[in-house]
Design a protein around this ligand. Structure first.
Ligand SMILES: C[S@@+](CC[C@H](N)C(=O)[O-])C[C@H]1O[C@@H](n2cnc3c(N)ncnc32)[C@H](O)[C@@H]1O
Length: 469
């Protein structure tokens, strides 16, 4: 049974945990609190939570990092939501049949990410790398102890740590859905010591960490920047749908998003993990592909998180209200306007109250685009780059085209991606108190497309058409 999402919303109740685990009870202070400066107490907490909440049994060495379970679980929940909202078949939400392969760079002695992820989702499998021998040995033992060897496998990696993604090793896998990593934070031993003095370090994570786990030249920003560069290389960008990295410092978020923008990455997600009063972590995910996550995933930060708005990716959901004479009437009006567009495919699913729109060539709705299309039709010789599909009328071809697109995507590398795929849902008027609003909501979800301005422009166009001035 997967653990519920909000399992660690409140602080862990040590008394309840102690009642079930005598070895943990022994570590509690008379005031029923835990001494986080004592490494064995922290290890017991991690082991007991993994056992109670995930049915996982692990062993941890004395001289390596001990992962705090709530923060690691937050990362797993984030990648679940990310993949659930960017499925190639546009299925939104958990699809129990979807097979996923994850790759954890630097799994640590616990192998906590592969263990949690595969425990939560029976169809998921994981690969991992690790350059520290002791961590590798423990990770293997922990995977076997939980009988997950058939679903979690180690990949050889560059022992010097120079190259992070084992591209050659991935050749035998058709596809990897998500890469994750919790990189070493610090750039030097003196930075590590300085952060301990300022108590910037979480109490239960660094006390037993070995140098290879805590320190990397240039710190986490250099590690993740290297990962971004490697991710952009042809073999990796086509193989791996999402790349992601957890960050320990707020200041790193801006540096990483800036690096992604410099590399012209158009699809990313920024989120924060909040645990209790003291601990905050951040995570940035990016994709070179065009399937876009839902708003709450792409922009998973709350007010006061410290992440500046300018680092957040563009909105992937928009909505507007319209005077309603019933959902069917609104859907009819939306469909009518869209069907006037040349080269746009539109399919409305009446039973579920939503439609799918696909524009292969991008903007065909603005005045400028219509003028251009007209000129191309009138003078085809002077417009050699006329879009291939401008003579397709959506209403004539809608059903077959949508299906063709899905099946061709699987086996044809040359098929150009549509510039925009949007789901449009008509939502019923809402009841506020004792009054029923007379307005329906037209909700648009940007599902696919590198260009967020195109999505915005389409939303604006549709709103103007559906609500005439
Ligand atoms: C901060 S620890 C995270 C461990 C574990 N994933 C967790 O979250 O608790 C970083 C891990 O990455 C490993 N590591 C460091 N550089 C690496 C590299 N270039 N390739 C693979 N693993 C690396 C370290 O040995 C360490 O286990």
């Amino acid at each position: 049974m997967p653990a519920p999402d909000n399992i660690y919303e409140n602080d862990v109740d040590f008394t309840t945990l102690a009642l079930r685990y005598p070895e943990f009870a022994k570590r509690l202070k008379p005031n029923r609190q835990l001494d986080f400066s004592d490494p064995e107490s922290v290890r017991q907490l991690t082991k007991c939570l993994l056992h109670r909440d995930f049915d996982l049994t692990i062993d941890l060495p004395d001289d390596r990092l001990c992962p705090p379970v709530p923060s690691r679980f937050n990362y797993i929940l984030f990648i679940q939501r990310l993949l659930d909202s960017t499925s190639p078949d546009f299925h939104e939400g958990f699809d129990p049949k979807r097979q996923v392969i994850g790759l954890d760079i630097g799994t640590g002695s616990s192998a906590i990410y592969p263990l949690l992820a595969t425990r939560q989702r029976p169809q998921w499998r994981f690969l991992f790398t690790e350059i520290d021998e002791k961590n590798t040995e423990y990770a293997q033992k922990n995977i076997s102890a939980n009988k997950l060897q058939s679903r979690i496998r180690q990949l050889d990696t560059d022992a010097s740590g120079e190259k992070l993604i084992p591209t050659d090793q991935l050749e035998r896998f058709e596809r990897v859905d998500i890469l994750l990593t919790n990189p070493p934070f610090y750039s030097s031993p003196s930075e590590l010591l300085g952060s301990a003095k300022q108590k910037a370090r979480p109490p239960n994570s660094s006390c037993t960490g070995a140098e290879v786990e805590m320190i990397t030249p240039g710190g986490e920003v250099a590690f993740v920047s290297k990962l971004i560069t490697e991710s952009s290389q042809a073999g990796n960008r086509r193989k791996i749908q999402w790349f992601s990295a957890m960050l320990g410092k707020l200041s790193s978020v801006g540096s990483i998003v800036e690096k992604l923008r410099k590399e012209q990455c158009t699809n990313c997600a920024v989120t924060e993990f909040v645990q209790g009063q003291k601990t905050r972590r951040w995570c940035v995910a990016w994709s070179w592909e065009a399937l876009r996550p839902a708003n709450e995933v792409a922009r998973g930060v709350r007010g006061g998180s410290g992440v500046e708005k300018r680092w957040l990716p563009p909105l992937t959901e928009m909505e507007f209200e319209v005077e309603s004479a019933g959902n069917e009437a609104v859907a009819e009006k939306v469909g009518q306007e869209i069907r006037k567009l040349e080269g746009v495919l539109w399919k409305y699913d009446e039973a579920n109250g939503f439609g799918m729109l696909m524009s292969r060539n991008g903007d065909v709705w603005s005045r400028k685009a219509r003028r251009r299309a007209k000129a191309e039709q009138e003078h085809p010789d002077t417009h050699p780059h006329a879009p291939r599909d401008t003579n397709i009328h959506a209403s004539d071809r809608e059903d077959t085209e949508m299906k063709d697109q899905e099946s061709e995507d699987d086996d044809s590398e040359d098929e150009p991606e549509p510039a925009l795929v949007t789901r449009i849902t008509i939502r019923s008027p809402s009841v506020v108190g004792s009054t029923i609003s007379r307005k329906a909501t037209v909700y648009l979800r940007h599902l696919q497309g590198h260009d967020s301005v195109l999505f915005e422009s389409f939303c604006g166009w549709l709103k103007r058409k559906v609500i005439p001035p």
